[in-house]
Design a protein around this ligand. Structure first.
Ligand SMILES: Cc1cc2nc3c(=O)[nH]c(=O)nc-3n(C[C@H](O)[C@H](O)[C@H](O)COP(=O)(O)O)c2cc1C
Length: 176
């Protein structure tokens, strides 16, 4: 079975990541969820472990421990925070999620990212430059008003996050 890693970052949008997991499972993916530490407070971890049938990992295994997850064939980062986008584009690997993304680049594993933040944070030049950088490396970055309109700071988060577009962006040939 084709293995899809879903990396969810620290945004309230992560609360709905179960939607992406279910959509992926309908396409016959074995979905593994890797939330960042900041994403975990938004998530019901036991329910998502049950939904995926896989452990929900955020931290590195201890030396000598076996790998708990199968290797990924594709990765979706959604929602992708400003923090993770910037660190990823800088090549940082100090979280499990980032290390997986850095390694995936070397392995040629397809990656889709759906950044999400408020309109003020989105204007930071580092974030804009990081998006350009990631795209230049072949990451399929779904970003812009046509994907998801950004909200102003302290406004309610959007309920219409485009989970289905993330899966679609992986392209054809993934259905088992
Ligand atoms: C309630 C709350 C909502 C947040 N929403 C977002 C968001 O939508 N996008 C974003 O980029 N950061 C958001 N942040 C900030 C990130 O959680 C923070 O930068 C964190 O360090 C991200 O870590 P991560 O990239 O490892 O997930 C939010 C923080 C809080 C407390």
């Amino acid at each position: 079975m084709t293995v899809l890693y879903v990396i969810a970052c620290g945004s309230p949008v992560a609360r709905d990541v179960g939607r992406l997991i279910t959509l992926g499972q309908k396409k016959n993916f074995n979905v593994c969820l890797v939330p960042t530490e900041s994403a975990r407070p938004f998530l019901d971890i036991p329910a998502l472990a049950e939904l995926t049938g896989n452990p929900v990992r955020s931290t590195f295994k201890h030396p000598g421990e076996p790998d708990l997850l199968p290797l990924p064939d594709a990765i979706i980062v959604a929602p992708a925070t400003v923090n993770t986008i910037n660190k990823w584009a800088a090549g940082a690997a100090d979280t499990l999620a980032l290390a997986l993304l850095i390694e995936a680049h070397g392995l040629g594993i397809p990656i889709v990212a759906v950044p999400y933040t408020n309109s003020a944070m989105a204007r930071h030049p580092a974030f804009q430059e990081s998006l350009v950088r990631l795209k230049s490396w072949g990451v399929r970055v779904l970003y812009g008003d046509e994907v998801v309109k950004l909200h102003p700071p302290r406004a309610a988060h959007r309920a219409d996050f485009p989970w289905h577009l993330a899966l679609r962006a992986l392209g054809e040939g993934w259905e088992a």
